[in-house]
Design a binder for this molecule. Structure first.
Ligand SMILES: [Zn+2]
Length: 73
């Protein structure tokens, strides 16, 4: 498949930083934001696969963890 000559950037779209696979339209995604990479220049912040982002929710969102404790999770 000749995608190389498609103008306007990477035709494959955004790549998931976790599994290094392209995020296809229609796939569930989670918008991640890392303090270490506020602008997404390091490729961390931005859309991830929903399942790939799940293990990181607690790490980057302490509030979420507190909430879960409060609800006995
Ligand atoms: Zn992924």
């Amino acid at each position: 498949m000749a995608y190389d000559d498609v103008p306007g950037g990477d035709p494959r779209g955004r790549w998931c930083p976790k599994c290094k696979l392209p995020i296809r339209s229609g796939e569930p995604t989670t918008n991640m934001h890392f303090h270490e990479d506020p602008d997404g220049v390091r490729g961390l912040s931005g859309p991830w696969h929903g399942e790939c982002a799940r293990p990181y929710w607690d790490t980057i969102t302490p509030a979420l963890e507190k909430m879960r404790r409060a609800f006995g999770g």
